[in-house]
Design a protein around this ligand. Structure first.
Ligand code: GUN
Length: 283
C-alpha cells in the first residue's frame, strides 16, 4: 500500500518558512515583496486560481496586486502594462495568468516580462537556464513536485522517471528538473507508442495529461512513486489523472488529488516571488 504524499501539509510547512523569511527580509530591508498578477478575461478557473494566489500572498506577508482586464484588451495595452511593471522597482514578481484570450500572442507577451521578475519561469531566458542545467526561476508546479519528492526523501539519482505530458508549464520543466537530479528521464505524450509499457518501467511516474483516472495499476510498476498533476472536474468533483483506488495498493508513494501537487504549486509561487525579490534587492 502506498504512503500518501501530503501536499497540503508540506505546503503549509513551506508557506510557514516563507512567511518567516518574508518578515525577516522586510525587517532588514524595509521593502515589501510585491507580486502583480495580470488576469485577462473572465475564465472562471483562472479567477479562482488568482484568488488562491492572492490569499496565499496575504498570509505570507507578501503584497499582491491583481490587474484585471477585459477579454477585448489589445496586445499593445497588455504590453504597455508589462513594460510599466518591468520598470516599477516596487514590483518584484509579474505573473500573467494563463490562458489568455486567443487574439493575444501569449509566447510573445510572456517574453516581454523581465526574466528577473518572471515568477512562473516561463520566459525563454529562464527556460534556457533550466534546460542547460542551471535552474533559477523554475515553473511552480514542477518545482512543487520536486519539493514533495525531497520532503518524502524519494531517491531520484539513477532512477527511471517517466513524465506523461510535454507542456511548457509542467512536462518539459519537470523532465529537466528530474534530469538535473540524475534520473534517466523519458517524456511521453499523446503520440507515444505503447504508453502503458513505457510507464510500467518507471520508478517515478509523473502524470500531467488532463484525462481523469487514466492511469490505473496496469501502467504502474510495483513500488513506484506516482505523482498526479492532473486536475479535471467530473460531475463537480475534482479528479486527477491517476485512478487512485487502483494504484494505491501497488505504489510506494502516491499524491492525492486534491491535496497533492496543487497546494505545492501555490507555495512555490511564493518561493519564486522571494527569489525575484532577493535578486532585485540584491540580497
Ligand atoms: N494557468 C494554469 N497554471 C498556470 C501557471 O502555473 N501559471 C500561470 N501564469 N497560469 C497558469
Amino acid at each position: 500500500m502506498a504512503q500518501l504524499m501530503d501536499g497540503k501539509q508540506t505546503a503549509i510547512a513551506l508557506r510557514e518558512q516563507i512567511k518567516i523569511q518574508t518578515s525577516e527580509l522586510i525587517a532588514k530591508y524595509h521593502i515589501i515583496p510585491h507580486l502583480v498578477v495580470l488576469l485577462i478575461g473572465d475564465n472562471a478557473a483562472s479567477m479562482s486560481y488568482v484568488r488562491g494566489k492572492e490569499l496565499a500572498c496575504q498570509k505570507a506577508g507578501i503584497k499582491s496586486t491583481i490587474i484585471k482586464k477585459e477579454d477585448t484588451t489589445s496586445q499593445a495595452e497588455v504590453l504597455e502594462i508589462i513594460h510599466q511593471l518591468n520598470q516599477d522597482s516596487n514590483v518584484h514578481g509579474i505573473l500573467l495568468q494563463l490562458p489568455i484570450p486567443k487574439h493575444l500572442n501569449s509566447d510573445f507577451i510572456i517574453n516581454q516580462i523581465s526574466p528577473s521578475k518572471d515568477v512562473d519561469g516561463f520566459t525563454w531566458t529562464n527556460v534556457a537556464k533550466l534546460s542547460n542545467g542551471f535552474p533559477h526561476l523554475v515553473p511552480c508546479t514542477p518545482l512543487g513536485v520536486m519539493r514533495l519528492l525531497q520532503t518524502y526523501q524519494v531517491r531520484i539519482l539513477g532512477k527511471r522517471a517517466v513524465v506523461i505530458g510535454r507542456s511548457q508549464i509542467v512536462g518539459k520543466p519537470m523532465a529537466a528538473l528530474l534530469l538535473k537530479d540524475h534520473a534517466t528521464v523519458t517524456i511521453c505524450h499523446s503520440k507515444t507508442a505503447d504508453l502503458r509499457a513505457v510507464c510500467k518501467e518507471a520508478d517515478i511516474l509523473i502524470a500531467a495529461i488532463g484525462v481523469p483516472n487514466m492511469i490505473d495499476s496496469s501502467y504502474v510498476k510495483i513500488g513506484a512513486t506516482v505523482i498526479d498533476v492532473g486536475i479535471s472536474k467530473v460531475d463537480g468533483v475534482i479528479k486527477g489523472d491517476v485512478d487512485y483506488d487502483s494504484v494505491f495498493p501497488i505504489a510506494a508513494y502516491l499524491t492525492p488529488v486534491p491535496g497533492g501537487v496543487g497546494p505545492m504549486t501555490i507555495a512555490c509561487l511564493l518561493e519564486n516571488t522571494l527569489t525575484c525579490y532577493r535578486d532585485l534587492v540584491g540580497v
